[in-house]
Design a protein around this ligand. Structure first.
Ligand SMILES: [Ca+2]
Ligand SMILES: [Ca+2]
Length: 381
């Protein structure tokens, strides 16, 4: 099995930075936009803690420089941002969730040990390398199992997936009517036949189920993060703030939806759909797109609130029988985090670190992807 360079993009948990004050928020939001300067010694030290060898680090540097060379940084993003490769993240105690907002987010005190997290979402290019190496076929590329859907005809069980569709002007808007099952939609054709990823190789892969994400992670020698790991990292040092950059919502710091969802997307942030990973400023840990772009799978089963995790170290809700979604009783679902390019202040608005959503694990959509967590967290903690 080829061990890809993906691990070289894992961020490493090393030490515990002090909590930032409100005065630091602006600085943190700009972290990373520094003149070019690879600090290979630091990279090497951090990489070693994440189980990264010198060869993979070197590969990561080459890849990053190539990407920077192709994409560049514009519009006030002066300099080359190459700090994305390895960045210390601390584990620690924190309150997962948020008090006083939504019952599904009720708080619990937990602890996460140091861990290494992907600095970006996994891209189409990354996923293509996996498919090329393994011949893997995603769930969306296979017919729905007859035994699971005996009521459906063969035509209705054709491969496909769920795609966001912009409603037509004046169209009656029923809740969730903007989601459509599209035969032929899959990771190579995110919006169905006729769409492609040819010009989106550096965008996050979408139309992947939880099993697809887990298969990729296994191939990469990594795992998917728990909700606690993901949320701790998304907070980016600012453990008690509403957003990963502070307490105020700031349009333009993440790929979300501007305008009235779902009818008007002004795309003031430059993107109507997914954006190339790393297009927006990193959080205090150097992680990008923890807010928006695409939702990200976690290994936790979903139930409202975090009460069952209270007091635990590295908590995971691992029992599917414990899963419940009041909106769809009887259907076990997984937690997804971070919101997407479809989240708007008037709808969803789940682009806070504490926010969460429930998703059937076999359902990929055009706005759910994932990132990796390094197994080094268990061997080096
Ligand atoms: Ca956008
Ligand atoms: Ca994201």
């Amino acid at each position: 099995m080829r061990r890809p360079l993906i691990l070289a993009f894992l961020l490493c948990a090393l030490s515990g930075p002090a909590l930032a004050s409100a005065d630091d928020e602006e600085i943190l939001s700009l972290k990373g936009y520094q003149p070019a300067g690879l600090q290979l010694g630091e990279l090497g030290a951090a990489g070693a803690k994440c189980g990264l060898d010198a060869a993979s680090l070197q590969g990561a540097v080459v890849r990053a420089m190539n990407e920077v060379g192709v994409k560049g940084w514009e519009g006030g993003r002066d300099g080359l941002y190459v700090d994305i490769l390895v960045e210390p993240i601390a584990g620690g105690r924190f309150l997962i969730g948020a008090a006083g907002l939504l019952p599904e987010e009720s708080e619990a005190a937990v602890r996460v040990r140091p861990f290494c997290l992907g600095s970006t979402e996994v891209t189409n290019q990354d996923f293509a390398a996996f498919v090329a190496a393994t011949g893997y076929r995603t769930q969306a590329e296979q017919p729905l199992p007859q035994e699971q859907f005996p009521e459906l005809s063969a035509a209705e069980r054709r491969p496909g997936s769920v795609v966001f569709r912009l409603p037509s002007p004046g169209e009656p808007l029923e809740e969730l009517s903007w989601w459509q099952w599209v035969p032929g939609a899959d990771w190579r054709h995110p919006e169905g036949p006729g769409s492609s990823i040819d010009d989106r190789l550096d965008h996050p892969v979408v139309q992947v189920s939880l099993a697809d994400a887990e298969a990729y992670a296994a191939w990469a020698g990594a795992d998917l993060p728990s909700e606690a790991q993901w949320e701790f990292a998304a907070r980016g040092v600012l453990l008690d703030r509403a957003f990963s950059w502070g307490d105020r919502w700031r349009p333009g710091l993440a790929n979300t939806w501007q305008g009235e969802f779902p009818v008007s997307n002004t795309a003031d942030d430059g993107f109507t759909g997914t954006a190339p990973v790393g297009s927006f400023p990193p959080n205090g840990y150097g992680l990008q797109d923890m807010t928006g772009n695409v939702w990200e799978w976690t290994v936790d089963w979903y139930r409202p609130g975090h009460g069952r995790l209270a007091g635990q170290d590295d908590p995971v809700l691992a029992d599917p029988a414990a899963s419940s979604d009041p909106r769809e009783p009887g259907v076990a679902k997984h937690v997804i985090k971070g919101g997407s390019f479809l989240c708007a202040p008037n709808y969803c608005s789940r682009y806070r670190p504490a926010a969460r959503e429930a998703e059937s694990p076999d359902t990929g959509t055009s706005h759910i992807g994932f990132r990796l967590v390094s197994p080094a967290l268990t061997t080096h903690a």
